[in-house]
Design a protein around this ligand. Structure first.
Ligand SMILES: Cc1cc2nc3c(=O)[nH]c(=O)nc-3n(C[C@H](O)[C@H](O)[C@H](O)COP(=O)(O)OP(=O)(O)OC[C@H]3O[C@@H](n4cnc5c(N)ncnc54)[C@H](O)[C@@H]3O)c2cc1C
Length: 368
């Protein structure tokens, strides 16, 4: 290795963003990835950049990160396959519309652009939605990227500053070092664990469990929907701590394809597509956009989210080994929150003041 200051384990979107932020601060970085960069959960994710507000810490991290994404994509959005499509949170009934009003207040108070939609305004924007919905909330600043491409761009940027990318498997984390599967040992002052759902293989005591998700993508139907559409009921299923669930989550890719989500399952790490779960997810989506049932689905896949008990990631020092830092446990929001994670992590490594408080995400909040 290049006598690094930092070894980052994993080149998913989180590890790549950490390599970028650390190298920007002048640190010598080596990234160890056992597969291809961005090939884990990062390749499986929808790439929705979404401000979530289930609690103040989630809102602070996701809104900070969405702003960083806008800076990153800058005036070359096509490199990331970025679209500033916004999110429409769809309210099926009065109860969900009330949830939309509360969400609007929270986001507006945070300075974010949002607009409550009457049914007429909702159908004007999204004519494919079924009749009888109560309304919606448009969050204009949300968007989407193609995550594996963004991970590669971040890693390449770090490498242009001298970072080294190495294809190898980390077999164990030691004090200020790693043991690779080929038996070699490598030292660095800082080790950053960014191995996503596989982080527990290296640190079994981590409070994380896998949540499996299915996605499906259609052929090209440009203009079928224009915004990322998510049912407000999604929030209930996304935060369930057990049981299987599906939620309506539809995304217009810049290619004209429609990405269809989503499902959540515990107690399995089997990557196989499960026909029953897929059918349930697609049928549920078609209850919101009935014409979806007429579209050709080209491909289906699954991925594992790394879920912590409180739904917030683990960002900061770990007491498990000397010199160890965690950047993992991002559940279903890690594409969105990767850039802010990297800034918080790199600032802590360098002893800098952070833009937002780090306390809610510190690994020490759970007794590792
Ligand atoms: C179905 C689904 C939909 C999603 N949709 C969204 C969304 O719309 N928006 C959003 O913000 N988030 C979404 N997510 C969540 C998001 O994809 C993840 O939170 C994010 O990709 C996590 O990135 P990561 O870098 O931590 O993990 P990963 O991408 O899994 O990267 C970890 C890397 O570490 C490597 N690695 C692991 N162990 C070792 C080892 N021992 N040695 C060397 N390398 C190792 C792996 O090969 C992998 O490349 C979704 C997730 C799923 C599953």
């Amino acid at each position: 290795m290049n006598n690094p200051d930092v070894i980052v384990i994993g080149a998913g979107i989180v590890g790549a963003a950490c390599a970028d932020a650390l190298s920007e601060r002048g640190l010598r970085v080596t990234v160890v990835e056992q597969d291809i960069a961005g090939g884990g959960a990062t390749a499986a994710g929808m790439g929705h950049l979404v401000v979530m507000d289930d609690n103040a810490a989630e809102l602070a991290l996701s809104s900070y990160s969405v702003a960083l994404w806008k800076d990153l994509v800058g005036d070359r959005p096509q490199r990331h396959e970025y679209s500033g499509c916004g999110t429409i949170w769809v309210a099926a009934d009065e109860e969900e519309l009330e949830a939309a009003r509360v969400k609007a207040q929270t986001l507006s108070a945070h300075g974010l652009d949002c607009e409550l939609l009457s049914p007429a305004r909702l159908y004007e924007r999204e004519p494919q939605l079924r009749a009888g919905l109560a309304g919606g909330l448009l969050v204009g600043g949300d968007g989407l990227v193609y995550p594996p491409k963004s991970a590669r761009i971040l890693l390449d940027r770090a490498m242009r500053r001298g970072a080294v990318s190495r294809r190898a498997t980390v077999a164990a984390i030691e004090d200020h070092g790693v043991l690779l599967a080929d038996g070699t040992r490598h030292q660095a002052q800082h080790i950053v664990l960014a191995a996503g759902a596989r982080s527990t293989a290296l640190l079994p005591e981590l409070p994380m469990q896998p949540k499996k998700g299915h996605l499906a993508i259609t052929d090209r139907y440009p203009g079928f929907v224009r915004h990322q559409l998510v049912e407000l009921g999604y929030i209930k299923s996304a935060h369930a701590a057990s049981g299987d669930s599906v939620a309506f989550n539809l995304q217009p890719r810049p290619t004209g394809q429609i990405l269809i989500g989503s499902s959540r399952q515990f107690d399995t790490v089997d990557p196989e597509v499960e026909p029953d779960m897929l059918r349930r997810m697609l049928r549920h989506a078609a209850t919101f956009t009935p014409q979806l049932a007429q579209l050709n689905v080209l491909r289906c896949w699954t991925g594992l989210r790394a879920a912590t008990p409180d739904g917030l990631p683990l960002i900061g020092p770990s007491a498990a080994r000397r010199g160890l830092w965690l950047a993992t446990g991002h559940e279903g929001l890690g594409i969105t929150t990767s850039l802010a994670t990297a800034q918080l992590l790199a600032a802590q490594v360098q002893g800098e003041t952070t833009r937002i408080p780090t306390t809610p995400y510190l690994p020490g909040r759970f007794h590792e």
